[in-house]
Design a protein around this ligand. Structure first.
Ligand code: SF4
Length: 321
């Protein structure tokens, strides 16, 4: 294998030559985050995809995120360096299953979490993220039936906060369903001075949103509430400004890399060491290079599906803007 420096140089040269941009999710390997033009969560990367003047986007994340970039920017060539980088949560429901569910509930409004395939988004009325699920549900007239998919923790959380009756698809992120209340309690006990920060992106933390809503972690060792839900940008800003010197980060462990990089004087502990998304880690520097060289693997959503899926994303933006 070529050494890392040479691989990085070739990536930079090809990127310039092909007018490409590299977008990397926060859960990517550190060396992939370092070579990227932009890093962030899936929504912020989609916004970058929409803004960029590049002809080609190398999307270092999982497949449904690259699809979303393609839906938003259909004129750009979107490549994912490993086509097997999927998402166990998105895989819990396909278009056929959703069609059957809709047939059983013909009058229901369908709300889909962003971790879904383009085909599932195309069959949905609204797309949502963990940050705006409650707002989307509240915008639906009282008395309307609601189908929520695929994340059962986010669905249960939204039902509890809004007090609405919601039919919920029983999907979860199997990679991180392992972060449980016990982990949070143990971490708070061993680091009583630390702030607990939960990043509400991906199914790995929606179960924590649900648990906190149900009473977990509202007290820390000091007897005060010390749990915050923050987006990537909010997390980096908050950590920088906070007087705290220690933080427990409850999300995929990749998020600790940009935090440590930006705050070398502060300490960060993962809520659970093995909270690692194996799909995110499939993307490596040699694969990024190969993707640029051979222009593989292209992620292209058929036009009809893309237009319908885009509508569900736009409806979400109309409610939340
Ligand atoms: S962390 Fe879970 S929800 Fe997020 S991409 Fe990985 S498998 Fe999917």
């Amino acid at each position: 294998m070529k050494d890392r420096k040479r691989v990085e140089e070739e990536i930079k040269r090809l990127k310039k030559q092909k007018n490409a941009v590299i977008l990397a999710h926060n859960y990517q390997l550190p060396e992939v985050q370092d070579i990227a033009d932009f890093t962030g969560d899936s929504l912020s990367l989609s916004r970058e995809a929409a803004k960029t003047q590049a002809d080609m986007i190398i999307f270092c994340g999982v497949h449904f995120m690259a699809e979303t970039a393609s839906i938003i920017s259909p004129d750009k060539k979107v490549l994912i360096p490993d086509e097997k980088a999927g998402c166990s949560l998105a895989d819990t429901i396909n278009a056929e299953q959703l069609e059957d569910w809709k047939k059983e509930n013909p009058n229901a409004v369908v709300v889909s979490y962003v971790n879904t395939t383009a085909e599932v988004k195309a069959l949905s009325d609204y797309c949502c993220t963990s940050a705006n699920a409650v707002q989307i549900i509240n915008s639906i007239p009282e008395g309307k039936e609601i189908l929520f998919l695929p994340d059962m923790f986010l669905g249960a959380y939204a039902a509890k906060v809004t007090g609405r009756k919601i039919d919920i698809w029983p999907g979860e992120c199997h990679v991180h369903a392992g972060i449980r209340k016990q982990d949070l309690d143990e971490m708070q006990e061993s680091h009583p001075e630390a702030e607990m920060i939960i990043h509400p992106e991906c199914g790995c933390t929606t179960n924590l949103m649900y648990q906190v809503e149900n009473g977990a972690c509202t007290e820390n060792g000091n007897g005060n509430g010390n749990v915050k839900f923050l987006s990537t940008g909010g997390m980096i800003k908050h950590v920088k400004e906070s007087v705290s010197k220690e933080f427990i980060i409850a999300t995929e462990t990749g998020m600790l890399y940009p935090l440590r990089k930006a705050n070398p004087d502060k300490k960060f502990h993962p809520a659970r060491e093995n909270a690692v998304c194996k799909y995110m880690k499939m993307i490596t520097l040699p694969k990024v290079l190969q993707s640029l060289e051979e222009e593989i693997y292209e992620v292209k959503v058929p036009l009809e599906t893309a237009l319908k899926a885009k509508r569900s994303i736009e409806r979400m933006l109309e409610v939340t803007s």
